[in-house]
Design a protein around this ligand. Structure first.
Ligand code: UDP
Ligand code: MG
Length: 240
């Protein structure tokens, strides 16, 4: 029987937090009283994430494991998860419990009301440093000026998507995948829930400023032709 709900969790060196992750999520999913699966993607972890995931899978086959051949980054890991998730609704979620799993029942309720996308927006960024707040705010302002697709502010990858949305995204053959942009590009009937994003308790963030900068540039180059125009006009000016 195909699951109604797929949880997609990309994982890179998350071994320390796995017990908390499964003990928090499993009862919430059981409470929904629908068939579910958890698709966990090991994104080339250097710790024992894969061995531990395999043990969880042996205990409960609804926990499924995808093992990538090296660390490809969260966007690629999530793509692999979306490709193999079978649910009629799919929720990507971080493995560190920063995306509040208590929101899942509310997301499912909205989906049952007929929404095809249920976004989870951060109520505030008070957990972030002032510098991160400033850079994140500037990024959203800039990308929403230069891009024709509106990318909702302070909304991560944590969201519910109906099968129609997932299938639309799967048809995109972009190699550089700025997932937030692709999700927003897809459209569909959307509603938004808000939540307080908690601090990470186990392990460390894998996103340093260098990686965030690369992600921001990927977003801007994939969703705007402004950089191309700038160089075209500059080139014309120099040649003339
Ligand atoms: N992640 C991944 N591959 C990477 C980096 C991160 O699969 O190369 C996963 C990570 O294990 C976590 C999620 O992406 O489940 C978000 O990462 P993290 O918590 O480090 O990001 P932050 O919350 O600090 O933005
Ligand atoms: Mg995190």
């Amino acid at each position: 029987m195909l699951p109604d709900l797929s949880i997609v969790a990309p994982m890179y060196n998350e071994s320390q937090g796995l017990d908390d992750f499964f003990t928090t999520l499993s009862p919430i999913l059981e409470g929904l009283e629908l068939p579910w699966e958890m698709v966990c993607i090991n994104d080339g972890s250097r710790d024992d994430t894969l061995e531990r995931l395999t043990a969880f899978h042996q205990q409960d086959p609804r926990i499924k494991v995808i093992d990538l051949s090296r660390n490809f980054g969260k966007e690629a890991a999530m793509t692999a998860g979306l490709d193999l998730a079978q649910g009629r609704a799919v929720i990507p979620i971080d493995a560190d419990l920063q995306d509040d799993p208590m929101l899942i029942p509310e997301m499912v309720a909205k989906w049952r009301e007929g929404y095809e996308v249920v976004l989870a927006k951060r109520a505030s960024r008070k957990e972030d440093t002032p510098f991160k707040r400033f850079t994140a705010g500037s990024f959203y302002r800039l990308i929403n000026i230069v891009s024709r697709v509106e990318i909702p502010e302070n909304t991560g990858d944590f969201r519910l998507m109906d099968r129609v949305v997932v299938d639309a995204i799967k048809r995109l053959d972009e190699k550089n995948r700025f997932m937030k942009g692709l999700f927003a590009w897809a459209g569909f009937k959307t509603c938004t829930l808000t939540f307080e994003r908690k601090a990470r308790t186990k392990g460390d963030s894998k996103w340093n400023y260098r990686r965030l900068w690369t992600l921001a540039l990927d977003g801007i180059f994939s969703f705007s032709n402004l950089p191309l125009k700038v160089w075209t006009y500059l080139g014309l000016a120099i040649s003339s």
